[in-house]
Design a protein around this ligand. Structure first.
Ligand SMILES: C[S@@+](CC[C@H](N)C(=O)[O-])C[C@H]1O[C@@H](n2cnc3c(N)ncnc32)[C@H](O)[C@@H]1O
Length: 321
């Protein structure tokens, strides 16, 4: 389209461009053009040109708005971005290519080949597009997490929950992260607590957890690679706060939590429950407390996120007396 423009020598072009943007005169919907000696910077109106500049009328091309993924593919796939890797529940090569095009910061696109499975709660992936790797660095609440999606569990969807728990931690606390993974609870909490004990059975998770403690310059994390059942007796009455982020199986470790909990310790117990059976989780917790000679005080039950239709990932916060 034709537009008024400021014609400036190329050597002064950048200075003029900044000035025209600053005074709100430049029409950024049009592409600046040039010849051997001059830049032609489109402006909304000739009267907006700074005094003494050469104003002409020229033909300009419109700036192309980057296409959305929906515009490229004709549908909008669901995906999440972890560091510089996009992860889809399923997908094809064209979806991978489209994601690389739309997200300049994404370098690899993965499609899941399995659900989260096994003792280490990991997932298998296929590389759809981009670099041949599953390792990345993810940033959350000012912390950095190196991780390999194929070797460890990780979900960015728990970010708000991690921040909620971390905000409850007091400076004198010793916190035991019973199923720590690469440390998204442990690292955030270690910034506030006196001491964090992070346990995980997966050697790869432990490798990244140690790396992440160093990446975030934290020296108050004690990392233990073992089964919680094996180590709980060595941590008797040490925890002011315990995190049990092993939904589906956390109840198998409630006895261990009772052993490690100081009197009045707070426990964050994660579970997956249909909406009408949150009370079942409380019943289980009470039974285990009783057989350990402890009482509990329920602080709250929180829906962390929907898990399946009418089923939720929940967190029961309770105190062990
Ligand atoms: C759901 S992931 C949670 C990881 C981490 N808390 C997070 O939010 O990313 C559960 C973790 O528990 C670990 N795990 C499973 N069973 C365990 C056990 N008996 N003892 C210690 N760690 C265990 C797995 O290896 C896995 O890293």
């Amino acid at each position: 389209m034709r537009s008024s423009c400021v014609k400036v020598p190329k050597s002064n072009g950048e200075t003029f461009r900044k000035k025209l943007i600053e005074i709100g005169a430049m029409d950024t919907s049009l592409k600046i053009k040039s010849d051997d000696r001059f830049l032609y910077i489109p402006i909304f109106d000739g009267s907006l040109a700074p005094a003494g500049t050469d104003v002409t009328i020229e033909q300009f091309d419109a700036v192309q708005k980057p296409k959305s993924i929906g515009e490229i593919l004709g549908f909008s796939p669901s995906y999440e971005i972890i560091g510089d890797i996009a992860v889809l529940p399923e997908g094809s090569i064209d979806v991978g290519a489209a994601l690389l095009k739309v997200h300049k910061n994404v370098k690899t696109v993965l499609a899941a080949l399995s659900p989260v499975e096994g003792e280490f709660r990991v997932r298998r992936y296929r590389i759809l597009a981009g670099e041949n790797r599953t390792e990345t660095v993810y940033r959350e609440y000012g912390c950095m997490y190196a991780l390999d999606l194929q070797r460890v569990y990780f979900s960015p969807r728990l970010a708000t929950e991690r921040a909620r728990v971390a905000a409850l931690v007091r400076p004198k606390e010793t916190v035991i992260d019973m199923f720590a993974g690469v440390g998204p609870f442990s690292i955030l909490i270690a910034k506030r607590a006196k001491h964090v004990v992070s346990i995980d059975k997966n050697p790869d998770a432990i490798l990244f957890l140690r790396k992440n403690a160093a990446l975030n310059s934290l020296a108050n994390i004690q990392v233990i690679r073992d089964d919680v059942h094996e180590v709980s007796s060595h941590l008797k009455s040490q925890g002011d706060r315990l995190i049990m982020n092993l939904p589906h199986n956390a109840q198998e470790y409630l006895d261990d939590a009772m052993v490690m909990a100081k009197p009045t310790a707070t426990v964050h117990y994660y579970d997956i429950r249909p909406e009408d059976s949150f009370e079942e989780a409380l019943k289980t917790i009470r039974e285990v407390a009783t057989r350990n000679g402890r009482e509990i005080n329920v602080l709250g039950i929180k829906k962390v996120r929907p898990y399946a239709p009418k089923s939720y990932n929940i967190c029961v916060d309770f105190q062990v007396m």
